[in-house]
Design a protein around this ligand. Structure first.
Ligand code: ADP
Length: 493
């Protein structure tokens, strides 16, 4: 009988289950949108029950729609939106508040206060992260302080905390397992990435009792069983979405790097078995734990990538679809007169300037919309180059290839320009579902179905983009990009 693995991919806007066969090939996908709740400006929540129910529904649907026998499902992997926080009652299993989503900024002022106390360096050393409302710790603190009676219940050991992986695992195992993996733990702002323990000092700072926290395990191991119509299926792989994508892209060696081109861009570089701290504003995070070894990664993100293409379509209304940007850019291939800096919401690493705003440079009487379209695409590639330069500086590793995925990686002009401006080969994977694939791989390895070598052997590249641009031009363009960024900075007062 053929064997299958279910990969549960719980994202910010939808729950999906992807069905993989024993050769790592996708045989089916089921997806359900999830609702976001915005109670106040800057607040973002979701209903934890909806998160679990929608996930469970997609699991059942994909099995039913593809006529899969339950007995042939050999493992489940979980990958999830990271940092999102749920606190629930251990006895009743009921969440005491909505899930607070990673985007939620309600604890920003509190974070500023911590920074003013000079805690930033200690927190960076312990967790690899910066003090920000993005991560789980301050969200847990907020729930404990704002839900009536929660603090007392927490002190009495009646409450549990989990990121979404933990919440799903706890529900799938009917309350038997309260655990997470290293990659998710490393996004809470409570986990010491050196000692690999929940950090007592940080727990004290955030006033969070240790009894709330899940056990932290390897990303690929037996977490517990999901009873599916009488059959126990092992849940054997867990990783946060970006780390899962890094794994799915087979970035197993130090220096291996992936870039996901979606609404924003997420870049992660595997930095091997030691944490690599950044002098350029990148995050240090745990990539995964496997075979009792911990692998670390450097992470950086571009705030506006695909969203800049949406801006061309929805705000400027100069394109009808994202796809046509490729043809338009190719039409005026040699025209580099215009530079767009899409700093719509400020600039992230390596600039970290929240006062920067978007700008277009190089306009003349002849400039038409096509130059702006082309320059917007190119801005995505320049921003990724900024991050890769920072990663190379921090890790002292020179990139030999960049593995890409995500919706906008379908754009051949963008990928060729990325290769040109980086002077690095780009490898576009055949399976663009790297996140789900990563969780499936971790689960498959967790039950002994696959080995790392099998995954490397079976990884198919759909297309390679080889750098073609001459050096002088590359250097000149990137210098001009730097000038444009500088002039867009510090705009808001
Ligand atoms: P997310 O997971 O962040 O929702 P996706 O991976 O689905 O993003 O990618 C969608 C984003 O990529 C959108 O912002 C869209 O504008 C952009 N995009 C999709 N196709 C293309 C294309 N061919 N060229 C440029 N951008 C594209």
């Amino acid at each position: 009988m053929k064997k299958y693995i279910l990969s549960l991919d719980q994202g910010t806007t939808s729950s999906r289950t992807v069905l993989f066969d024993e050769n790592g090939i996708i045989c089916g996908i089921s997806q359900k949108e999830t609702k976001q709740i915005y109670p106040k400006h800057g607040w973002v929540e979701q209903d934890p029950i909806e998160i679990y129910q929608s996930q469970l529904q997609t699991l059942k649907d994909v099995v039913k729609d593809n006529h899969i026998n339950h007995a042939s499902i050999v493992a489940i992997g979980i990958t999830n939106q990271r940092e999102t926080t749920v606190v629930w009652n251990k006895k009743t299993g009921k969440a005491i508040y909505n899930a607070i989503i990673w985007q939620d900024k309600r604890t920003s002022d509190y974070c500023k206060g911590l920074k003013n106390q000079g805690l930033e360096e200690t927190v960076k050393e312990k967790t690899g992260l910066v003090i920000d409302s993005y991560f789980s710790a301050t969200k847990i603190k907020w729930i404990l302080e704002n839900v009536p009676n929660a603090k007392k219940q927490a002190e009495n050991g009646e409450l549990l905390f989990g990121t979404i992986d933990t919440w799903l695992l706890w529900n799938l195992t009917q309350g038997k397992v309260h655990a997470t993996d290293y990659s998710n733990a490393s996004r809470t702002l409570l986990f010491n990435i050196n000692t690999l323990q929940w950090d007592d000092d940080l727990l004290k700072t955030f006033e969070i009792p240790k009894t709330l926290l899940p056990e932290v395990k390897d990303s690929s191991c037996l977490f517990g069983d999901f009873n599916f119509n009488g059959k126990n299926i092992p849940i054997a792989g867990i990783a946060g979405d970006q780390q899962a994508a890094l794994f799915g892209q087979a970035c197993f060696e130090k220096g291996d790097t992936k870039s996901t081109y979606g609404t924003g861009c997420f870049l992660l570089m595997n930095t091997g078995e030691k944490p690599q701290y950044s002098n350029n504003g990148l995050l240090t995070t745990i990539a995964w734990g496997i075979n009792n070894k911990i692998y670390y990664a450097l992470e950086g993100s571009v705030f506006n990538a695909g969203s800049a293409i949406q801006w061309l379509r929805d705000s400027l209304e100069i394109i009808n679809s994202a796809k046509e940007t490729e043809t338009i850019a190719n039409k005026i291939k040699d025209d580099y007169s215009v530079f767009v800096v899409p700093a719509f919401s400020g600039l992230g690493a390596p600039y970290w300037d929240m006062e920067a705003r978007g700008a277009i440079f190089g306009l003349t009487q002849d400039t038409g919309k096509n130059q702006i379209i082309k320059a917007t695409l190119e801005a995505i590639a320049y921003q990724c180059k900024d991050l890769i330069i920072a990663m190379q500086e921090d890790s002292k590793v020179v990139l030999s290839a960049l593995k890409v995925d995500g919706g906008a990686s379908a754009n051949n002009y963008l990928m060729q320009f990325q290769a040109d401006v980086l002077n690095v080969k780009i490898e576009r994977a055949k399976v663009l579902e790297s996140t789900a694939q990563g969780a499936a791989f971790l689960a498959g390895i967790g039950i002994g179905l696959w080995k790392i070598e099998d995954i490397l052997r079976n990884r198919d590249i759909e297309k390679e983009f080889i750098p073609e641009m001459e050096e002088r031009k590359r250097i000149k363009l990137y210098k001009t990009w730097g000038k444009a960024v500088k002039r867009s900075m510090n705009w808001e007062d």
